[in-house]
Every structure is written in structure tokens, then in C-alpha cells.
Design a protein around this ligand. Sequence first.
Ligand SMILES: CCCCCCCCCCCC/C=C/CC(=O)SCCNC(=O)CCNC(=O)[C@H](O)C(C)(C)COP(=O)(O)OP(=O)(O)OC[C@H]1O[C@@H](n2cnc3c(N)ncnc32)[C@H](O)[C@@H]1OP(=O)(O)O
Length: 316
Amino acid sequence: MLSSKFIHAFTRQIYHTNLITSATFNVIKKHNSTHTKNDLVLVDVNDKTGFSIVTLNRPPVNSLNLELLSAFSSVLDDLHKNNSRGMILTSSSSTVFSAGLDINELYKPDMDRVRKFWTSLQDCWIKLYGSSFPTAAAINGHAPAGGCLFAMCCEYRVMLPKYTIGLNETQLGIVAPTWFMATMKNTIPLRQAELALTLGKMFKTDDALKLGLIDEIAENKEDAIHKCEIFLKKYQKIPQTARALTKQSYRKNDIMELENNREADLQLFFLAISDPRVQSSLGKYVAFLKLKSRMKPILEAVKFLKGIFKSKKKKN
Ligand SMILES: CCCCCCCCCCCC/C=C/CC(=O)SCCNC(=O)CCNC(=O)[C@H](O)C(C)(C)COP(=O)(O)OP(=O)(O)OC[C@H]1O[C@@H](n2cnc3c(N)ncnc32)[C@H](O)[C@@H]1OP(=O)(O)O
């Protein structure tokens, strides 16, 4: 058995960043309750299992803006403080897990706000990727870019059919930060990660499973959450400290790399989004998304009419 003295020393040595603030893992005082962080992030603690279902709740597409990231960061702190037994990350949308970073934060940004925004994103990544509690993602919709990042930070991913997931940054004319890339390298084979990143490829659920970007496919959200619970339950018989330190040792180089270079990463981000070519790409993308959204009723009407024509043809 490891003595608690050794664990404290080991923890201090590799986690001077305070990823683990205490090596004492008390059982969480469970209560059947739902907490909210400005309604942007909902937390539902399961009384029986001690697992928390954390739901991103920023309609219509859970795009990650400063407020959502701040709320999520604070939820991750709470789970850590309460020695959570496990977290399942999901979305309140029926079609989108998260659309990634809110493009409006990046396009023609207010510099003071965007500094807080990027710092919050760094915080969330460090806390989620390095969390002492086990994590799983119930991906109940599309998960591009930052959505894929948060899903990959979790240790297990269950996704619903016919959605897409991936780091699509190059398609938008932007470069995924090195810690986004590191998270993908930790998830799928190196060669596949390089191809996926350079192509900015979005994978359909079936292809994501073949690649190992997700671990299972579920029929619906309830099934996805159930499958995540089965995964988290596997850790119930594993001593918590050993599990947490193993996970954090595995991920520590990636985390240290960002921890030691947070300001440089921020400056690189400023440099990138100040580039007129990047701003021009983002401007076109914002316009494209808005146009696509407005065209939706027309496209749906065309689809509907096509369906009618097809069924009439069949009858004839
Ligand atoms: C060597 C190392 C160098 C390192 C350099 C570092 C430099 C750093 C550079 C900066 C890096 C920045 C990293 C960014 C990562 C990101 O996360 S960028 C975000 C990428 N996200 C996307 O591309 C997704 C875009 N959205 C979609 O594809 C679709 O919306 C959807 C598939 C998610 C959902 O489709 P649907 O359900 O049909 O909804 P829509 O009608 O498309 O959208 C509804 C509504 O939402 C708005 N919207 C969608 N996505 C976003 C978004 N990401 N941000 C803001 N708003 C979004 C869309 O415009 C609609 O709004 P309106 O109805 O028009 O108001």
C-alpha cells in the first residue's frame, strides 16, 4: 500500500499545478439534486451512483462563449472539491453536443473579453483533461472543434448515430492549438490524428467508432448515459487515488506544456486572431452559418416536396 505521505509527495512533485489538492478521497455527500450555473450548465447528481450528469445548456448549439466556459470551469471545481465519483458530459440540445467555440468571440473581438475567454478555455481544458474524477461523454449530437475537444478530454465517449465529430479548424483557415492536437493524439493513433487534423476532417459516428475517436454507439441519449454509467462503474472497485494518479501521470506532459506556457499560448492566440486573413475567414464563416440557418426552412420544404414527388412516382 502506498503511504499517504508518499502520495502527498508524489502529488506535489508532479502536480504543482494543484490538479489534485488533496489525496484524501472522501465519499461525496450525495444528495438528489440539480444545480445550475446561470442555467448554462446543469448538474444532476445521481443519489445511487454518485455520478454527476453535467449538461451544457446554451441553445441553440451550445457554442462555447465566455459565460458558458466560466460556468463549466466552476462546475469542474465543484466536482473536484466534492470528490465526485464520476462525471458524464452531455448536452440539452437534441441535435448538437457543442458547436465548439462561439465564433462571435473570435470575430472582431473585444481584446479584454477575448483574453478572459481564452484563459477560461485553457482553465476548462486543464481541469477536464486532468480531472481526478473519471469522465465520460454522452455525445448526443454534432461535436465539431471545441465540442470534439471536450469530448476527447473525457476518458470514454458514447455517441448517437448519424452525427459528426472532429477538429475541423483547418477548414476554417485556423490552426488548432497544440493542446487541442495533443488531446487528439492521446485519443487516436498518431498517423490518423495528423491526417484528421490537417484535413480538418469531421467523422460520421460509424467512422469515428472505427477510428477509435469514440468508444461506443448508443441508440438514444438515455442509452448513451446508461453506457457511460457502465463505464464509470468499472472504476468503483479501483482505489481512487491510484486511478487518479495514473490518469494524471498519463496526461501530465500535455498539461504541463500548457501550464508552463499559458501566456505564450495566449499571445499566439492573439497573434492568430489579429491576422486579417484569419478575420476574413471567420467573417465568411459567420456569414455562411447565418445563411445556412436562414435557408433551413427552404431546404426542408424542398426535401418535403422531393419526398412527395418520389412517392407519387412510385404509385404511378
Ligand atoms: C503550431 C501551433 C500554432 C497554434 C496557433 C494557435 C492559434 C489559435 C487560433 C484560434 C483557434 C481557435 C480554435 C477554434 C476551435 C473552434 O471550436 S472554432 C468553432 C468551430 N465550429 C464549427 O465549425 C461549427 C459550426 N456550426 C455548425 O457546423 C452547425 O451549426 C452545427 C452542425 C453545429 C449545428 O447545425 P444546425 O443544428 O443545423 O444549426 P445551425 O442552423 O447551423 O446553427 C444555429 C445557429 O447557431 C449559430 N452557430 C452555429 N455554430 C456556431 C458557432 N460555433 N459559434 C457561434 N454561432 C454558431 C448559427 O449561426 C445559427 O445562428 P442564427 O440562427 O443564424 O442566429
